[in-house]
Write a protein that binds this ligand. Structure first.
Ligand SMILES: [Zn+2]
Length: 257
C-alpha cells in the first residue's frame, strides 16, 4: 500500500518535471521569436539608435562658437529655437556662385564652401553638377513659403534658411528636385557622404524627425564649418540637437504653434 502510491507520486513528479521542461523550452522558443521581430522593425524604420562613437576629439572645443546667435556658424535653429532676433538679417549675403534655379544669396563663407564642394564633385563626376534651388530666405519670404505643413516647411522666424547658412541643392539634370528620391541620385549620395569635408551637414537625416522636427530632406544642407561637420561625422552624430545635447524638437511649443 505504501510502495504503489509512492511510485505513482514519483511518476507524477517526473511528469511535472517533463512538463516544465517542455513548457520552458517552448517559452524560450516563443521568447526568441517574439523578441526579434520588433528589434528588426525598429532598425528598418530608422528610429534613433545609440551613436556609433561618442568619444569626442580631445582638441575639439565645444564652446568655440555660440549656438544661440543667428550670426554664428554653429547656431541651432529648430522648432524650439527660433532666430533671436526673430527678424534677423545676415550681414554678408552674396549671390550664390554656382548655378541656381533662381537668383538667391548665401553668407559669403557658405558660398565659398559651396563653390569648393561643387568643384570637388565635378572633378569626380564630370557630366554631373549641383544646382541651388533655395538658399537665404528672409522672414518675409518665409512667410510666403510656409504653407502650414509643419513637417516640411518652417514657420517664419524658425527657418535655418533665414540664417544664410542653409542651402537646398539639386541635380543639374533636374531629377527629383526637392523630392526624397534626390537622396538616391549620384548627386545626393555623394553629398551625403562628402559634404562634411566642405563644412556642410545633411540637416534633416532619415529617421530623425522626432529630433529635428522635419522629415528626411536629402537636399537641405547646412553650413557649420569643416571643424564641426568633421567632428559630427567622425563621432557618427547626425543632428545638431544630439551633438550639443539639446532637447528633441519634434513640434513647436505652445508659443510657437
Ligand atoms: Zn531647405
Amino acid at each position: 500500500m505504501s510502495s504503489r502510491p509512492l511510485r505513482q507520486r514519483s511518476g507524477f513528479w517526473w511528469a511535472l518535471f517533463a512538463a516544465i521542461v517542455i513548457v520552458g523550452a517552448g517559452a524560450s522558443f516563443i521568447g526568441i521569436s517574439v523578441v526579434h521581430p520588433p528589434s528588426t522593425a525598429t532598425a528598418s524604420t530608422g528610429s534613433v539608435r545609440p551613436q556609433a562613437d561618442p568619444t569626442p576629439t580631445p582638441t575639439f572645443d565645444m564652446r568655440k562658437y555660440t549656438i544661440n546667435s543667428p550670426a554664428s556658424r554653429w547656431v541651432v535653429v529648430d522648432k524650439l529655437r527660433p532666430l533671436n532676433p526673430i527678424g534677423y538679417i545676415p550681414p554678408d549675403l552674396v549671390h550664390v556662385s554656382i548655378a541656381s534655379t533662381f537668383s538667391t544669396t548665401l553668407r559669403r563663407e557658405a558660398n565659398s564652401a559651396l563653390v569648393t564642394m561643387q568643384a570637388a564633385f565635378k572633378r569626380s563626376h564630370t557630366s554631373y553638377g549641383l544646382v541651388v534651388h533655395s538658399a537665404y530666405r528672409s522672414y518675409k519670404t518665409q512667410q510666403a513659403v510656409w504653407d502650414g505643413d509643419y513637417n516640411l516647411t518652417a514657420k517664419p522666424g524658425y527657418s535655418e534658411h533665414q540664417t544664410g547658412w542653409a542651402v537646398d541643392l539639386g541635380a543639374k539634370s533636374g531629377k527629383c528636385s526637392i523630392y526624397e528620391c534626390f537622396g538616391a541620385l549620384t548627386e545626393g549620395v555623394w553629398l551625403a557622404a562628402n559634404s562634411y569635408k566642405y563644412g556642410f551637414i545633411l540637416r534633416y537625416p532619415k529617421g530623425m524627425q522626432n529630433v529635428t522636427g522635419f522629415q528626411y530632406e536629402p537636399w537641405h544642407f547646412r553650413y557649420v564649418g569643416v571643424e564641426l561637420a568633421t567632428e559630427m561625422h567622425n563621432r557618427g552624430i547626425k543632428t545638431l540637437e544630439q551633438f550639443f545635447g539639446l532637447p528633441n524638437a519634434p513640434k513647436y511649443n505652445r508659443w510657437g504653434h
